[in-house]
Design a protein around this ligand. Structure first.
Ligand code: PLP
Length: 268
């Protein structure tokens, strides 16, 4: 059976983070391994506290897990601190050939920081060749250290990330854009020794209702599951977008008004 390892924060509501990742992996018929980077205290609307795990404990968990599980894909979400980023980097060094989906989560929708600022340079070091990166617009601005006021600026930034860091792909999520929330997929292909960078806007549509918790986590987890099944990047991205769209359309509302995704089964 294919497997994906998620390295992410714990969200006890099950709507985002590690718990959401595991539900998405199960729904796609892949085995989910999971190493937490931090505990969070939250209710789906607000994050009250973040408690990073001890970096040495993270390191031991990653080592013992990777000793027995060789994941087809690794998915990285919330990393919390600089020490954690560095220990993830260290642990994944022998896995440079494993595809990695990185959701470079910097803060939650309520504005809480999910990665300390001094960790940004180490985060860039984590982003390597076999990566597919899924930033939203503000995260992309931080990664390229420039503001991106127009769509074509986003296009240039995504091209720069793919070109300079030699990534497999960047999916720049358009949820923060004015107008339609189109996503931009930039991929790198090598044909006859020549590198080509392809840019494609994927049409998005704003769905009615208040925001739904954990959509970014679920999207990157569904992409990772698609890649683990051996799908090409574009196909995995398109499949993940339609999975999350359906999960938003059928979202559950909690008593405090928070909306969480309906993790429907994709196996059949
Ligand atoms: N909690 C954890 C552990 C997360 O990884 C994320 C992901 O961004 C969030 C909370 C935030 O989710 P959202 O901003 O969608 O509410």
């Amino acid at each position: 059976m294919q497997s994906v390892l998620s390295i992410a924060g714990s969200d006890p509501t099950g709507g985002a983070g590690l718990q959401a990742d595991l539900q998405v992996f199960h729904a796609h018929g892949v085995h989910g391994a999971a190493v937490p980077t931090a505990l969070t205290i939250q209710d789906g609307l607000r994050i009250r506290r973040v408690l990073p795990v001890f970096p040495s404990v993270l390191l031991e968990q990653l080592r013992s897990t990777l000793d027995v599980i060789r994941p087809d894909v690794i998915k990285i979400g919330m990393l919390a601190t600089d020490d954690i980023v560095r220990n993830v980097l260290l642990s994944l060094a022998p896995f440079s050939e494993t595809p990695v989906v990185i959701d470079p989560i910097l803060s939650a929708s309520d504005g809480s920081a999910l990665l300390e600022k001094r960790a940004y340079p180490a985060l860039r070091d984590l982003i390597h060749r076999r990566c597919l990166l899924t930033p939203n617009w503000p995260e992309a601005e931080i990664l390229v250290d420039t503001s991106l006021p127009r769509r074509k600026d986003g296009e240039a930034a995504a091209r720069e990330l793919v070109g300079d860091l030699e990534l497999e792909a960047v999916l720049l999520k358009g949820g923060h854009l004015e107008g339609d929330p189109d996503d931009l997929l930039v991929t790198r292909t090598v044909k006859g020794g020549q590198t080509e960078i392809l840019c494609e806007w994927l049409k998005g549509e704003r769905l009615p209702g208040p925001p739904v918790h954990g959509t970014g986590c679920a999207l990157s987890a569904a992409i990772a599951a698609g890649l683990a099944h051996g799908r090409p990047i574009r196909e995995a991205v398109l499949g993940a977008r339609s999975y999350v769209r359906h999960a938003i359309e059928h979202a559950h509302t909690l008593p405090n008004g928070a909306r969480i995704l309906a993790f429907h089964d994709e196996r059949s």
